[in-house]
Write a protein that binds this ligand. Structure first.
Ligand code: GSH
Length: 206
């Protein structure tokens, strides 16, 4: 049994969806960044945290990678050339898509008000759309790596969701179709339902 610590509407979703894809048993603990619960498990106080056999794992991409490696699913084998290519795409998404939406979020509601520079957002949106086009050219089939879903697919879909919340346009039609396919997956829908239940529980107890 894994324990997933996190909230709704943030990077916790990536791990939640992965657990659903893999059909692994898990329980959820609701937390906000920097809560005592989170600080006790993660030096940065950031979400998500996955607790496995009392060992707290941090960073969503590291957790997805560990889940993939430890089950041998949703990844090319560690040490293979295909895996090196897969990891290159993962890092491309972190650098070129997550970076843009994360900076936009920081300048919208995370940084202290006097530190926010809202004027940066149109440039980030432009960069995001341009970087989506570059990434779409690397797609090798239905999924980023071909005909098998792998870790960077979860990451990319989450970044595209995040872009929608940030009101970033994604004009690339191949990526729009890809996102629709990914959001139609059963495991994705179960993860969304879990998010909604968590949000409903949080507002009921507020
Ligand atoms: N690279 C980390 C980033 C984690 C992160 O920044 N999480 C956000 C929630 S989505 C958070 O806890 N933010 C609080 C903060 O930045 O202090 C990951 O992918 O898990």
């Amino acid at each position: 049994m894994y324990t997933l610590i996190g909230g709704a509407n943030n990077r916790t979703f990536r791990v939640l969806w992965m657990l659903e894809e893999l059909g692994l048993p898990y329980q959820r603990q609701h937390a906000q960044p920097h809560d005592d619960l989170v600080r006790g498990k993660s030096p940065l106080g950031k979400l998500p945290v996955l607790v496995v056999e009392d060992v707290p794992l941090t960073d969503s991409v590291a957790i997805l990678t560990w889940l993939a490696d430890s089950t041998g699913r949703l990844t090319a084998p560690a040490g293979s050339l295909a895996r090196a290519q897969q990891d290159g795409i993962t890092q491309q998404i972190v650098d070129e898509l997550e970076g843009q939406v994360w900076v936009a979020a920081r300048h919208s509601f995370i940084l202290p008000k006097e530190r926010r520079v809202p004027e940066i957002k149109p440039t980030l949106a432009w960069e995001f759309a341009r970087n989506c086009d570059v990434l779409a050219r690397r797609m090798q089939g239905d999924f980023l790596m071909g005909d098998q879903m792998t870790v960077p697919d979860l990451l990319l879909t989450h970044c595209l969701n995040w872009a929608a919340v940030a009101k970033f346009d994604v004009p690339n039609e191949a990526l729009q179709a890809y996102a629709a396919r990914m959001r139609g997956r059963e495991a994705y829908r179960r993860a969304v339902a879990s998010e909604k239940a968590m949000l409903a529980g949080a507002s009921a107890s507020a």
